[in-house]
Design a protein. Structure first.
Length: 344
């Protein structure tokens, strides 16, 4: 069903894209397009993919300067060009639908790019041809395309640390969810969140940050060493001094928490664990954690929690681990356990 829905959305997006490129389109049709586009997320994503795919086909349009004057003056040229556009896009959209083994996302038409990803708990180092190094954290995906005039990366999911080789002639651009970061050469960390917002922290040098998805005129901001900010759909957060050592500690296989609510700690830890850790008692939600935790293996993480917090660590048969407040009477939560369990 999902495949059929996606195919239908791509077909409709193709028709709208071709129609919008015709100068004869009416205001009513443009209004109808906006209604269609905002009707659901599938429509918006399909149209973004078709538009990005068209943008990637630079050089396919005819060189009108070399055409005969009578050809350039032909009144049917706009219509003819629209039909060519439709034919090209339809062909490529059919190809996109056919690539069922490739995960299609709003970034998929980043044509000609190399894609890299890490599994849960995995970290990976990428060495680019321009001398740049990208360190991928757990459960992350990037698309990389190096061109003559610019270097372009899309952080599709997760977190990455960029050590960019300086090249004044080729800016290095990173798109991450709602944000865009532009540099010439520096070191910075970007972490994306499920809502497409992103946190940017600068380790060295200078970066230029701007929102990508907003329709408002939002000026870019400059970040320097030790600065950080968050980018949402329509705004850039305030520039703040950040704890760079804490933010980048994952590169050394550690996680540093300083007065962090346990709920946040658990959410961060679950990025590295195949089986979730969950808080079983509400009384633990806001308890604060100050600790350095190795993220090498699950047992070490759970042992650190057990030793540093007033919790009982209980692993259920499903593999999920529950954290219970050991200050609460144990009999009151017996019914929450599903069968035999293991106390670490």
């Amino acid at each position: 069903m999902a495949h059929k829905t996606r195919s239908k959305a791509l077909d409709e997006a193709t028709q709208w894209f071709a129609r919008l490129r015709d100068d004869a389109i009416s205001s009513d049709e443009r209004h109808a397009f906006q209604i269609w586009r905002t009707a659901n997320l599938a429509h918006r994503r399909a149209f973004e993919e078709i538009s990005a795919l068209w943008d990637s086909m630079d050089g396919l349009e005819p060189d009108t300067a070399k055409m005969q004057p009578t050809t350039r003056a032909n009144a049917r040229a706009p219509f003819f060009k629209t039909q060519i556009a439709a034919a090209l896009i339809i062909g490529f959209s059919a190809l996109l639908v056919g690539l069922t083994h490739f995960e299609l996302t709003p970034w998929s038409p980043f044509w000609g790019a190399e894609h890299f990803q890490t599994a849960t708990g995995e970290q990976r180092t990428l060495f680019l041809d321009d001398g740049t190094t990208i360190y991928l954290n757990t459960h992350s995906k990037v698309a990389v395309r190096l061109k003559d005039k610019e270097r372009h990366v899309r952080l599709i999911e997760g977190e990455a640390l960029f050590d960019v080789q300086r090249d004044p002639q080729r800016p290095f651009i990173v798109d991450a969810g709602n944000g865009r970061v532009r540099v010439l050469g520096t070191r910075f960390n970007i972490r994306m969140h499920p809502d497409s917002s992103a946190d940017v922290a600068v380790l060295e040098g200078h970066v230029d940050v701007t929102p990508r998805a907003t329709k408002k005129a939002v000026a870019s901001i400059d970040l320097y060493r030790g600065d950080g900010t968050s980018i949402s759909a329509d705004r850039i957060g305030p520039v703040e001094k950040v704890d760079v050592a804490r933010i980048t500690s994952w590169r050394d296989g550690r996680m540093i928490f300083r007065g962090t609510p346990l709920s946040t700690v658990v959410a961060d830890l679950n990025r590295y664990l195949a089986d979730d850790v969950r808080i079983g008692d509400d009384s633990l939600q806001d308890i604060t954690v100050t600790a350095v935790i190795r993220i090498e293996d699950r047992a070490a993480i759970l042992h650190a929690l057990d030793m540093s917090l007033p919790v009982d660590v209980v692993t259920l048969p499903s593999g999920v681990t529950m954290l219970y407040d050991d200050r609460i009477n144990q009999d009151a939560r017996t019914t929450q356990k599903n069968g035999p369990s293991k106390k670490l």
